[in-house]
Design a binder for this molecule. Structure first.
Ligand SMILES: [Zn+2]
Length: 137
C-alpha cells in the first residue's frame, strides 16, 4: 500500500458522516443467511403445550433455555462472516454487480472504495443486504 493509498483511505474513513449507521437487524441478517449464504436461520418458537421446549425455524427441537442454539446465527460484524459473504457473492457471480452498485452510489476513487468495503465488516454486510433488497424489488 502506497502512502497515497493510506492517505486516501484515512480521508475516506474520516469523511464518513457520523450520522450514517449500518446496523444489521435480524431481518437483514436472516436475508443474507438464507438468500445469499443458503444457510439455516435459527429462530426459536416455544411450544405452547410444552413451553420448556422450542421449535426452531431450522427444524430442530431444542430446550427453550438453549441459548447456544440461537447463537448459531451469524452476526456479520466480524471478518469471518464478511469473508463468507464475499465468497458467496463471488461464487454466485454477483460480486461485480454488487461492487458496481456501491461504486455508482459513491464518487470515491477505487482505492477508497476497496478500503470502504473492507474496513468495517458490519457496514460491508449492511451494504450487501441493502443491495439485495434493491435487487429483489
Ligand atoms: Zn435452529
Amino acid at each position: 500500500m502506497t502512502p497515497e493509498d493510506k492517505r486516501l483511505i484515512a480521508e475516506y474513513i474520516n469523511a464518513e458522516p457520523e450520522s450514517m449507521t449500518y446496523k444489521l437487524d435480524d431481518d437483514r441478517r436472516k436475508l443474507i443467511t438464507e438468500k445469499l449464504l443458503g444457510e439455516k436461520w435459527h429462530f426459536l418458537m416455544s411450544d405452547p403445550v410444552c413451553p420448556e421446549w422450542s421449535d426452531c425455524s431450522c427444524g430442530a427441537r431444542v430446550l427453550s433455555t438453549d441459548a447456544y442454539h440461537h447463537s448459531l446465527n451469524r452476526t456479520f460484524d466480524n471478518n469471518t462472516d464478511m469473508m463468507a459473504v464475499r465468497k458467496a457473492l463471488r461464487d454466485k457471480g454477483k460480486w461485480w454487480k454488487f461492487y458496481l452498485s456501491v461504486e455508482n452510489a459513491n464518487t470515491y476513487a477505487p482505492q477508497k472504495l476497496m478500503a470502504y468495503l473492507d474496513t468495517e465488516p458490519e457496514r460491508f454486510c449492511w451494504l450487501v443486504s441493502e443491495w439485495m433488497k434493491e435487487v429483489e424489488k
